[in-house]
Design a binder for this molecule. Structure first.
Ligand SMILES: *[C@@H]1O[C@H](CO)[C@@H](O)[C@H](O)[C@H]1NC(C)=O
Ligand SMILES: *[C@@H]1O[C@H](CO)[C@@H](O)[C@H](O)[C@H]1NC(C)=O
Length: 261
């Protein structure tokens, strides 16, 4: 990458980081149904229920980051050692939490998963729990990064794609699309949440290249064949690649300690 690009990338990192990798202290509440979360601001819809055993989370704006925080994974545990396990559980961001009293509102299933055996209902009765949390890499065993063609798509003039099963601990900061075998790339724009779109849709089978933050820098990930020529609205397509990069945010020193009580 050139020097200018590097500077831009640094600015991007500095302006969007909330030092997710550090250990944070907060409270967490829960939604009684996970359906209220799967219809969340990230736009995952019913696909979200296949993420992390429905351990879904609505996160405050500093974590949601105008949608680029969608799909981020967090390790979370409650601090009541009688009710809760030391390991805690993992949740994935699928929605925006507009209530500023807790950093996250999670599905009931995720909330219960923080409990010691037999303590789930006692924990639920609390309603809100003191927790600590930090960002961790998302790991989808046996799944590649996958795209879904959104209903708003108007073939051949407008294409909207949603990214599913996004691994790693990073953000997708850019997406380009081109016909397979062509070097004539068209950029896509984040429409909302995990959805990217363009109104200049190349014809034929389509390849994608993504920019993700990796370490302190940007990195290209090239998915050489994603959509077949006969791609359809509602279609779900394997990208053939997965992301395992870890972004090093430009934040100062922080507590990155492993879980210990
Ligand atoms: C939450 O927002 C309300 C209304 O904007 C404000 O009065 C309150 O102080 C905020 N609470 C916290 C903990 O920031
Ligand atoms: C992921 O992509 C690779 C090609 O890069 C492919 O061989 C593999 O079958 C894909 N995995 C799944 C679960 O589809």
């Amino acid at each position: 990458m050139g020097f200018l690009n590097l500077c831009i990338m640094f600015l991007l990192l500095i302006s969007t980081n909330a030092c997710d990798r550090c250990l944070h202290q907060s409270k967490v509440a829960f939604f009684s149904t996970s359906s209220s979360l799967s219809s969340g601001a990230c736009g995952y819809g019913s696909s979200a229920t296949s993420f992390y055993g429905s351990h879904l989370a609505a996160a405050v704006p500093t974590i949601y980051k105008s949608g680029s925080g969608c799909g981020a994974c967090f390790q979370m545990r409650c601090k009541d050692s009688k009710l809760c396990s030391k390991a805690g559980t993992q949740v994935i961001v699928t929605d925006l939490n507009k209530n500023n009293e807790t950093d996250f509102v999670v599905s009931g299933r995720a909330f219960m998963a923080m409990a010691n055996p037999g303590m789930g209902h006692n924990l639920l009765k609390l309603g809100v729990a003191d927790v600590e949390y930090k960002r961790v890499p998302c790991v989808y065993k046996g799944k590649n990064l996958t795209v879904r063609v959104e209903e708003s798509t108007q073939k051949p003039n407008y294409l909207a794609l949603k990214f599913l099963y996004q691994g790693g601990q990073t953000e997708i900061v850019g997406v380009d699309v081109a016909q397979v075998g062509s070097s004539s790339w068209t950029y896509m724009t984040r429409n909302y949440g995990a959805v990217w779109d363009t109104s200049r849709v190349p014809a034929g089978p389509l390849q994608l290249r993504l920019v993700v933050t990796s370490g302190y820098d940007g990195k290209w990930i090239w998915a050489k064949s994603v959509l077949p020529a006969d791609w359809t609205v509602g279609g779900v397509y394997d990208s053939g690649v997965q992301i395992d990069d870890i972004a090093q945010e430009g934040c100062g020193e922080c507590d990155e300690q492993d879980w210990k009580f």
